[in-house]
Design a protein around this ligand. Structure first.
Ligand SMILES: *Cc1c(COP(=O)(O)O)cnc(C)c1O
Length: 418
């Protein structure tokens, strides 16, 4: 098996960043972010497209600003994300909210001009009460899912996201009661890279759109799978999008309605746009027939996906010299938790899968790639009282900029009352 090589960090860049900001830290790569954003903006479409960055993937203001400057809008998952985006300077009208939990301050958010997708009948009813006579979107569960694992599946009967597709009448009833115009249909069903699946969901979504005369926007969410490991494949957006655009065009020929299209990628934009830079802080082995472990100064506090999904992330040891000697290691995180493993068996967080990499020694720098989406924003922050790691942006000009300081112990404790 080929050993994984770091995507955008070499020893020289990494050691400079480690010297300035210490480890562990997230290192984002502006060039990759921009490249992915441009690919998303080129998604095939018939009558115009809005690309919304699903900001829950990585929520740092600098990341939001880069996307905003490139012309992307925002998909927020909570009222707090809405506020966070606005604090980063994103105009309210460029933010769309689709949340599992109805915000207590929905009235305030709607009044600011944020666009709302009702994700349940209760949400639609609540929206109607505060914004009678206005325009709104609805998130539909089309009855089909396409997630990478059960835990990332957000469509089908086992998913609580959106309004079940058989309840269109109930949506219409509530809309009529509050004089609401349903102008957007939203069907985000989770990670998938299969053009046939997108085509199928697009058909189902257009059938739903046909049932609502006022709908002028179809939002099919995100879920474009990205290969983090070198043997995993990434979604070809052109291949996925072309048949969907064709269906939207056919819909126009049949109905005379030109639908504006929206996608909301998180993973696609960010997965390979950041790495965790760490240090090998210890090595142990469990004897003959056992394992050799590398212990890093990071772990589930900064990158939780391996522990909960058995997700695979490239891990590479950096060296100032060209090394060739390799070894198999199990890579462990720094938490006192047997599940804090960075090399689980694929899709099986309970299993260990020793990984071949360059021979390491204590003190070596280590890069965990594919850590841009759902890492910094989704971690067991402060477990074992480790402070949240610093975040650094590697700029296109080669310079490195601190975009979030490392948390201090005082900050971890600041809300405690004794
Ligand atoms: C999380 C989320 C996305 C992004 O999903 P990815 O798999 O990261 O592309 C898009 N839309 C909604 C509503 C989401 O909740």
């Amino acid at each position: 098996m080929n050993i994984e090589k770091s995507r955008f960090l070499d020893w020289q860049k990494a050691s400079a960043i480690a010297a300035d900001y210490s480890t562990p830290c997230y290192v984002y790569d502006e060039a990759t972010i921009e490249r992915q954003a441009k690919a998303a903006l080129a998604f095939p479409n018939a009558f115009g497209i809005t690309v919304r960055y699903a900001m829950k993937a990585a929520s740092n203001a600098t990341v939001l600003k880069i996307f905003s400057e490139l012309g992307l809008h925002i998909d927020a998952s909570s009222a707090f994300e809405v506020k966070r985006a606005m604090l980063a300077g994103i105009p309210a009208e460029n933010i769309s909210l689709s949340s599992q939990q109805l915000p207590r301050n929905l009235d305030e958010i709607v009044a600011m001009g944020v666009k709302f997708n009702a994700c349940s009948l209760h949400q639609l009813e609540s929206y109607g009460r505060i914004a009678r006579g206005s325009e709104v979107g609805v998130r539909i569960n089309p009855g089909l899912g396409s997630g990478g694992t059960n835990r990332t599946n957000v469509g089908g009967p086992a998913s609580s996201f959106g309004i079940w597709f058989e309840y269109i009448d109930k949506i219409k009833e509530t809309a009529a009661k509050y004089d609401l115009k349903i102008i957007r249909i939203h069907t985000h069903i989770g990670s998938g890279s299969d053009p046939a699946v997108w085509q199928k969901v697009a058909k189902m979504s257009l059938d739903t759109v046909a049932m609502f005369d006022d709908v002028r926007i179809l939002n099919m969410g995100g879920g474009f799978k990205v290969g983090r490991m070198s043997n995993e494949v990434s979604t070809d957006l052109q291949a996925v999008g072309a048949p969907v655009a064709k269906l939207v065009e056919e819909f126009y020929e049949k109905t005379g309605r030109k639908l504006h299209f929206e996608i909301e990628p998180g993973t696609f934009l960010m997965a390979n746009s950041a790495a965790v830079l760490a240090t090998v802080q210890d090595m142990v082995d469990t004897g003959k027939g056992g394992y050799e472990f590398l212990k890093l100064d990071t772990g589930m506090t900064d990158i939780l996906r391996p522990s909960i999904y058995g997700a695979q992330h490239p891990i590479s040891i950096l060296s100032p010299k060209p090394e060739t000697e390799t070894r198999e290691y199990v890579v462990a995180g720094h938490c006192c938790e047997s599940g804090d493993i960075l090399t689980p068996a694929p899709g099986d967080p309970e299993g260990l899968a020793p990984r071949r990499m360059l021979k390491a020694k204590i003190g070596d720098l280590c890069v965990i790639d594919g850590a841009g989406a759902y890492c910094s924003s989704m971690s067991t922050s402060n477990y074992n009282s480790y402070p949240a790691a610093a975040e650094v942006m590697l700029m296109k000009d080669g310079s490195a900029r601190l975009i979030r300081r490392r948390q201090t112990l005082e900050q971890v404790l600041e809300n405690e009352i004794s």
